[in-house]
Design a protein around this ligand. Structure first.
Ligand SMILES: [Zn+2]
Length: 57
C-alpha cells in the first residue's frame, strides 16, 4: 500500500505507475499528481520490488 505524501490518498501499488528518471524511483499520485519517492529492494522473480520510504515527521 502506497500513500501520497501530499493528499494522503492510499492506493495499491498497481494503481499508480512507478517510474524512474534522473532523480530516481518515484510514482505520481493519480489524485493530485504529487511526486512520491520510492526505494528499490532489488528484483524478485524478474520484477522490481518497490517500497515507499517512510517519511520522517
Ligand atoms: Zn496525492
Amino acid at each position: 500500500m502506497w500513500k501520497c505524501i501530499r493528499c494522503g490518498t492510499e492506493f495499491e501499488a498497481d494503481e499508480a505507475e512507478a517510474n524512474v528518471d534522473s532523480f530516481g524511483l518515484h510514482f505520481m499520485c493519480p489524485v493530485c499528481g504529487r511526486r512520491n519517492r520510492l526505494r528499490s529492494h532489488g528484483e524478485e522473480d524478474g520484477f522490481l520490488v518497490l517500497e515507499q520510504p517512510r517519511e520522517e515527521n
